[in-house]
Design a protein around this ligand. Structure first.
Ligand code: FAD
Length: 431
């Protein structure tokens, strides 16, 4: 029998994976009704609270999300935290299919002593702070410097390094949080950022584009290494990264007049792992080298830089324990977004695969999940009887006196934000 009503699909999490699932699903089933639940009053997840403010082009995917959100059969339920405001059972009882796309929040601890000391923070916290994530509203960061150490060799480590080393005037036209911008402009004493990796140059995961950006921003100071023979087996993008790294290594560019005026620098330190953080400002971190011998943090060759204190930031990536919902990341691998033993429940994005992958990868993954849902809808493998009239979740939220930020509400927030940015005073240059 053909269904007497269009299929109803709930999406839990208004980040890229949620919006891309909606987009692809509606291509296959334009008649479907899609409701997107987002715990924050504003949508778009890590596009808003993760992607670095100096990468506005990455955020262009928002145009696609806006087009989806504006469709008459899509509703945005912002400020609705599934697990708190609505139980998953509340949602499942009202939809033919439910997609979990709530990302992977939380930190993966390093499990070394001193991790909780002031000044040691995860990259997640630091990124949340400069992007104005409400979760970081109380975060205060000691930027007195002169050195910051970032553990990890991926693009997020480079994002953190860039934000610390930028001349804040150059960030003023971005969507960086005003609170972070003021702090960076007025109180940033960081002169050097060391990016410390457990493994060697062959294992760096950052991309050439991000390395070039940092190279352009401030001079490099890192030890020379020669891995030329190992490059033979490396694929082309990896070879390009290695060549650039080698070009940078051993080249302290402090002769440059501009660099002399602003003695900021950055560099990689390879094959070192943090062993312990100490409350001693002169010796704040002990590092283990590849032979497992303990040593203090390597200092940089430039005499212009004196290390007394430093801010430390380690790059997390998220773990799976910080959610009020019973499903944790990597739930869906290999099942094309269907969750094992949970009919009509699907997953997409970082909650599905763990906290890895760019927006483009997240998009391709969402297409995989959307395809599974579309196939199941066609076979009428749905949670509710297709002829049932289902109760509207909006009514339940009204009864619970929940303030929902819908698409129109989000538009008003966005317009206010845009007008605030335009009227923001220019910040003084940092020297
Ligand atoms: P998320 O983006 O985390 O979205 C999940 C959404 O679910 C969030 O909006 C969250 O608020 C919401 N949510 C969580 N719990 C609930 C709940 N219980 N109820 C309702 N809603 C909930 N990729 C690039 O391509 N380029 C970059 O430059 C780039 N930079 C990055 C920088 C950082 C620091 C990080 C961490 C990632 C970056 N990425 C970048 C990767 C990109 O952000 C991810 O691929 C993408 O955001 C994953 O999408 P997602 O929807 O799975 O998760």
């Amino acid at each position: 029998a053909s269904p007497s009503r269009p299929p109803r699909v709930a999406i839990v999490g208004g980040g890229p994976s949620g919006f891309y699932v909606a987009h692809f699903l509606l291509k296959a089933h334009p008649e479907a009704r899609v409701d997107i639940f987002e715990k924050y009053p504003v949508p778009y997840g890590l596009v808003r609270y993760g992607v670095a403010p100096d990468h506005p082009e990455v955020k262009n995917c928002i145009n696609q999300f806006e087009a989806t959100a504006a469709l008459p059969n899509v509703r945005l339920f912002g400020n609705v935290h599934v697990g708190n405001d609505l139980s998953l059972a509340d949602v499942r009882a009202r939809y033919d299919a439910v997609v979990l796309s709530y990302g992977a929040a939380g930190d993966r601890p390093l499990n070394i002593p001193g991790e909780d000391l002031q000044g040691v923070m995860s990259a997640r916290e630091f990124v949340a702070w400069y992007n104005g994530d409400p979760a970081a509203a109380a975060t205060d960061i000691d930027l007195r410097g002169p050195q910051a150490v970032v553990f990890g060799m991926g693009n997020v480590a480079l994002d953190v390094a860039r934000i610390l080393l930028y001349n804040p005037a150059e960030l003023a036209s971005t969507d960086i949080s005003t609170r972070a911008l003021s702090k960076l402009a007025d109180q940033n004493g960081i002169q050097a950022v060391r990016i410390v990796g457990r493994r060697g140059p062959l294992e760096v995961t950052c991309t050439v584009k991000e390395l070039r950006e940092l190279k352009k921003l401030v001079p490099t100071d890192m030890d020379f290494f020669d891995y030329t023979t190992a490059w033979i087996d490396a694929n082309r993008p990896r070879r390009r990264t290695l060549m650039l790294l080698q070009e940078l290594a051993g080249k302290a560019e402090h002769t440059d007049a501009a660099a002399a005026a602003t003695p900021r620098a950055w560099g990689f330190d390879f094959n070192l792992a943090p062993e312990e953080f100490l409350p001693d400002p002169d010796d704040p971190v002990r590092i283990l080298n590849a032979n497992n011998s303990s040593l203090p943090l390597p200092s940089m060759s430039s005499e212009a830089i004196i290390f007394t204190k430093m801010v430390r930031a380690h790059v997390k990536l998220a773990d799976d324990r910080h959610t009020s919902l019973p499903f944790h990341h990597s739930i869906g691998s290999g099942l094309s977004g269907r969750i094992k033993d949970q009919p009509h429940l699907y997953c997409s994005g970082w909650i599905k695969n763990g906290p890895i992958g760019t927006i483009a990868i997240t998009m391709a993954d969402a297409q995989d999940t959307a395809q599974s849902i579309a196939q199941d809808l066609e076979l009428q493998l749905t949670n509710l009887d297709p002829s049932d009239d289902c109760a509207d979740v909006a009514e339940l939220l009204r009864r619970r006196k929940k303030t929902v930020v819908d698409y129109a509400g989000w538009q008003r927030i966005r317009d206010t934000e845009l007008s605030t940015v335009r009227s923001m005073p220019a910040h003084s240059r940092r020297v």
